[in-house]
Design a protein around this ligand. Structure first.
Ligand code: SF4
Length: 359
């Protein structure tokens, strides 16, 4: 790496961090388990959102053993609202491995850590540098953005092979005495100053050593090709009522929102399709009365997928033979189950506007 300001950059960055770092609950610990939990929560989720979840989660599962032994349904409930539920399943699988293989001590080397379920190069580097003070890289999209600018690198950060370039760069740049602080400083700089659009270069502690700033094109970096187009899926959602209870079903064990509970959803080829018959056939029910058609609409964006949901309130005839994954519960009972965010929005709407007047 041909970068002339290596010493000055790492020094200024760490000094700035010591003065300006954000006061975050996982920064008051060196416990690798807690740092692991925080890093998993922070993937694709904003810091402000994570803080209350982190407190509740650590109160509930204060030790690695308590998480390893946690009930899956209860765990999903604790994670409800954070999204990307495979993260918490992988976290528990990884934690179980640590308890079984390493007697509950989180490994202190990259080789063993990265073999654990859900632990990639970034999470491993964060645990090793922050909890164990080891000079290990922790490179994510934020760090690649900051370093593209500082080092004036123009490789496409959407390509997997580019990460290696930045990992090697961090190995050289990292502060040998404060490796955890150095990695966290890069994260904070990316979050607070060197933001994706309009970086605040005039406030930046490393401006004097930033090649992108010197070249005058920092804002055009990093180079990132567009990701593949999202898929759009249209669903009718049926709030099917019988005797004060609603029909809900459990999603499959694998894939998106695995094992979570939802109202019946019928996919449509186009938004105007009528799905009533498909609903009756799929759930072996008979619609007696349509109480409110299309009472609530919402769009829910996943990483590569957008759901468009149109909700209908219907009264159904009681049936003996429903699919195995289906249950009939009160809204109150449904609230105690793990339910994904789009369903929580429907539940809130029902509680506020529909059942209020319907009961
Ligand atoms: Fe980012 Fe500007 Fe600081 Fe360079 S000077 S690291 S572009 S904020």
């Amino acid at each position: 790496m041909n970068y002339p300001y290596l010493q000055q950059f790492r020094q200024s960055l760490v000094e700035w961090f010591h003065q300006e770092k954000r006061d975050l609950p996982w920064r008051n610990t060196k416990d690798p388990y807690k740092i692991w939990v925080s890093e998993v929560m922070l993937q694709q989720t904003r810091v402000d959102t994570v803080i209350p979840y982190y407190h509740r989660f650590i109160d509930k599962y204060p030790t690695i053993e308590s998480l390893a032994n946690a009930d899956e349904e209860e765990l999903l409930k604790m994670w409800e609202g954070l999204g990307y539920y495979s993260r918490v399943r992988n976290l528990q699988a990884g934690v179980k491995e640590v308890v079984e293989k390493y007697g509950g001590t989180v490994p202190n080397n990259r080789h063993d850590l990265q073999k654990l379920k859900g632990v990639g190069p970034y999470t491993a580097g964060a645990i090793l540098s922050i909890a164990y003070d080891l000079p290990e890289h922790a490179v994510d999209g934020n760090v690649m953005r900051v370093l593209s600018r500082v080092l004036h690198r123009t490789e496409d950060i959407a390509l997997p092979k580019t990460r290696k370039i930045f990992e090697e760069a961090v190995e050289q740049l990292i502060h040998p005495e404060y490796p955890g602080d150095f990695n966290q400083a890069l994260m904070d700089l990316g979050a607070m100053i060197c933001t994706p659009t309009s970086p605040k270069c005039l406030l930046c502690p490393v401006r004097e050593y930033c090649l992108g700033f010197m070249e005058g094109d920092a804002e055009q970096l990093p180079v990132k090709t567009k990701k593949t187009k999202e898929k759009h899926i249209y669903y009718d959602v049926y709030i099917a009522v019988n005797d004060g209870k609603v029909v809900i079903e459990r999603r499959p064990r694998e894939g998106l929102l695995a094992n979570m509970w939802q109202f019946p959803m019928i996919e449509k080829n186009k938004p105007s399709d009528n799905t009533k018959e498909a609903f009756e056939l799929s759930y072996n029910v008979k619609i007696e009365k349509i109480l409110k058609e299309n009472f609530f609409e919402q769009k829910h964006v996943f990483s590569h997928l957008i759901w468009y949901l149109r909700c209908h309130l219907v009264e159904i005839e009681k049936t003996e033979k429903t699919p195995e994954s289906v249950r009939c519960v009160t809204l109150k009972e449904m609230e105690s189950l793990p339910v994904p965010v789009p369903m929580i929005k429907i539940l809130n709407f029902l509680n506020q506007y529909i059942f209020y007047s319907w009961e």
